[in-house]
Design a protein. Sequence first.
Length: 202
Amino acid sequence: MTLPDPSLPLAREADLARWILLVAFVAVCAYTDLSRREIPDRFTKGAMALGLLVQTYLGGLLPGGGWSAWVLQPSSLGPSLLDAFLGLALGAGVLFLFYARGGMGLGDVKMMGGVGALGGCSFCLRALLFASFAGAVMAVAALARRGLLAAGIRGSLRIATRRAATDLTDEQRRASELTIPFGAAIAAGTVAAWWYGIGRGG
């Protein structure tokens, strides 16, 4: 993660608070999703608002070097309102595509938007990749535990080849209707992305 301008009052403290808030946010959302299968709006909307405010304080409206520099080398630039907004749009936008197809809940969409707002666009992309892997592992484990793994794979292949869902067998339909608490996968992906960023020094 790129450090903020050290000349800014309380810059390091505000940046540290941003990452602490991010980890706490995803931990609480994972807990509520696992225990109640819901992600409350007060957490997701609060994270989005805090992300926009903190990143604006740390970097202003645009990252150092302006819009062109952000496009050319986004991972090397510090926080800003633009980075927070693009992170929010990326996180919520990608998951909204799955929500529109009935693949997940709106709470997951807003949670990923909160991750993007607090972490920024580059961080959000990493978190999405790690969360996708975590979600796939959770889905495979849930199907295997119910003895539906083979049916789930066959059903997914039929849907992927654009065959009608009505052609699915009862077992394949049961597998396709299985849901997982994806908020836990987002939390795991976010923590993994944060740890990965520490390991790389950025």
